[in-house]
Design a protein around this ligand. Structure first.
Ligand SMILES: [Zn+2]
Length: 616
């Protein structure tokens, strides 16, 4: 009882704590959805979709089981740019048409779809089609793929784009299972975040089942000229043929990563874990779609140096997919925990030195973001209002969240903290929780059990205050300290010893070169180490960014090429941001962008147009 009272004071939000055991709390919190889950929710979805490459649209039906929680006679769903043809309810043993209404379009939220469901219908069917401009789908012409012969289509539903290809209660507070029937042109393969078959049959008619309940943003689909290569009994790569062997080699450690994570945090609960290589326009590094992570080809570097991205997506099988943020304000519960688990996987497989380098690189990125962002956006439990979560994407939920957990690990000791996390994943498996619920759980299961180690005031400072607490961990790396010593010698005309360097040392070296580096030294570096020509997308990115700042013209053609051929937002957007700083570069960047645009994902387009055309 005493703990209970303390909790209420600590949390500040009395009602949230009082209702922490009822998930209704989380539902009321999501400002990014029209759904009213406490009236009626949709625990199961049946999709029946035809993939039309000529029209660049999906067409078909979404059928929901209805779970009624009140006497409401209407259901509210989220849509964006969907054409709703007809809505029906299952009543008296037959489908019967029922009225629906679409609300006014909202720039961030899309359109509310309200459907009359009467008093006792237990199924709802919606006939609809998507728009070619659906924000959650990208349609690539054959020319925009590596193979050049077949088109490619893929979804990116996180955070609030599922509603652009399925009329849905698009809040992560909902969990639903799904089945799907998908029709494609013969010869192409459809895959989903579900039980993908390893058969090489390409008849254009595919069935899927996702038996574990997931939030809507994890529903995913891709269709393309895909091949399959197994890495182990329960891990395979799906990819276009040009990259499938390289990707399978690059990610050969994935089965060992699964074993290592299970040892630390409990069983992998999703059966298979497969990896899909997307076209270069994929806007993210990876997307943790359950059972089938979507991965950018830019991490197939040929030296396995960027496999921490696979560790990250795999880690989401515990943090994020198993225990999910209830709203986008709570994203740090997904990404902070995942960044922490990712680094622990890297340490387990490749040792402390490499894990520490990656932590230090993340910390540098976080500090750069914190300098750029308004203070309010450096808070973990961020106040988004109805701003689009894509617009406030940064390293804060990732790395600040990770540092918070590193801090707790240091304070309580690794054994205690690992046991706590393992139990946390088990206790909230297949649930969506809010920051308030997490704080409640933390207070009861860690802070109270080990008193006087970390106060709730300190926890609140981490979660609700901007910036970093004064006693936050400041990750450093011995390997990087050595790089810095070498850099000092090199700047005075000495030689670099780079034989042992991995991607991480190179990134640290390039990112920390003095901004007044001479053009002679830029040339010397490029001549000796061929950085302009680097085939490693991360090293090339760091170098090209410096080349823009330093007006290093020999890199200009490569920069154009890079921007035309890669659409991963993390790699292109900092380059456009740097280019936008001078009028001549901005003019040049707009020309390149107009040429590159059709190959970019809608999300990459939105973010970079804001940089290049801020007046729009
Ligand atoms: Zn993530």
């Amino acid at each position: 009882m005493a703990i209970q009272q303390q909790l209420i004071q600590w949390a500040g939000a009395v009602t949230l704590v009082a209702a922490a055991s009822s998930s209704a709390t989380a539902w009321a919190e999501d400002a990014h959805s029209y759904a009213r889950l406490d009236d009626v929710s949709t625990p199961h979805l049946e999709l029946n979709l035809t993939v039309d490459f000529a029209e660049q649209q999906l067409e078909g039906t979404a059928t929901y089981d209805l779970l009624r929680r009140s006497d409401a006679t209407a259901i509210h769903l989220d849509t964006r740019d969907l054409t709703i043809q007809k809505t029906e309810i299952w009543q008296d043993g037959a489908w019967q048409e029922t009225p629906f209404a679409l609300g006014e379009p909202h720039q961030t939220l899309g359109q509310e779809l309200t459907v009359t469901i009467g008093e006792d219908a237990d199924k709802l069917r919606i006939h609809y089609e998507t728009a070619p401009t659906a924000s959650g789908l990208q349609w690539l012409t054959p020319a925009q793929t590596a193979g050049k012969e077949h088109p490619f289509m893929f979804s990116q539903s996180q955070p609030i784009h599922a509603r652009s290809w399925i009329p849905i209660q698009d809040t992560p507070a909902l969990r639903l299972t799904y089945n799907a029937q998908v029709y494609t042109p013969a010869g192409l393969l459809a895959v989903m975040s579900a039980d993908n078959s390893l058969s090489d049959d390409r008849d254009g008619n595919y069935s899927f089942t996702m038996p574990q309940p997931i939030p809507p943003y994890l529903i995913a689909i891709a269709v393309g000229d895909l091949e399959i290569k197994s890495i182990s009994d329960n891990v395979a790569v799906f990819a276009e043929s040009y990259i499938i062997d390289d990707a399978a080699w690059e990610w050969a450690d994935t089965p060992a990563m699964i074993t290592a994570t299970e040892k630390m945090y409990g069983p992998y609960r999703w059966d298979r874990y497969d990896l899909l290589v997307l076209p270069p326009s994929f806007p993210f590094g990876g997307m943790e779609n359950p059972r089938l992570s979507f991965i950018t080809p830019t991490v197939v570097s040929g030296d396995r140096s960027l496999i921490n991205l696979i560790a990250h997506e795999l880690a989401h099988s515990w943090s994020g997919n198993l225990v999910t943020n209830a709203s986008w304000r709570d994203l740090w519960l997904n990404e902070g925990f995942t960044s922490y688990v990712e680094n622990r996987i890297m340490e387990a497989l490749f040792g402390e030195r490499r894990a520490q380098m990656e932590l230090a690189l993340g910390y540098q990125d976080l500090l750069a973001d914190m300098e750029r962002l308004p203070a309010a956006d450096t808070v973990l439990n961020i106040d988004l209002g109805t701003r689009h979560p894509d617009d406030v994407f940064s390293n804060v939920p990732y790395v600040k969240g990770q540092l918070f957990l590193v801090y707790l690990e240091h304070k309580f000791g690794r054994d205690v903290f690992d046991a706590f996390l393992r139990q946390y994943f088990a206790d909230f498996a297949f649930q969506s929780i809010s920051t308030a619920q997490f704080k409640h759980y933390l207070a009861k299961n860690l802070l109270a059990k080990h008193p006087n180690v970390v106060s709730m005031d300190k926890v609140n400072e981490w979660i609700h205050e901007p910036g970093l607490p004064a006693d936050a961990p400041k990750p450093e790396s011995d390997a990087f300290a050595q790089v810095e010593r070498q850099m000092q010698r090199w700047l005075k005309g000495g030689q670099l010893q780079t034989a042992e360097w991995t991607t991480h040392e190179w990134l640290h070296f390039i990112n920390n070169l003095p901004l007044d580096i001479s053009s002679t030294n830029m040339k010397r570096l490029d001549n000796d180490y061929h950085l302009t020509a680097s085939s490693n997308a991360e090293i090339a990115h760091a170098w090209l960014k410096l080349a823009i700042t330093k007006k290093y013209e020999p890199a200009r053609d490569r920069l154009r090429n890079y921007l035309l051929n890669i659409g991963r937002n993390k790699l292109v957007s900092p380059l456009y941001r740097e280019l936008a700083k001078t009028p001549e570069n901005l003019k040049w960047a707009r020309e390149v962008y107009e040429q590159a645009k059709s190959g970019y994902h809608p999300l990459t387009q939105t973010v970079n147009e804001a940089l290049l055309y801020p007046e729009h």
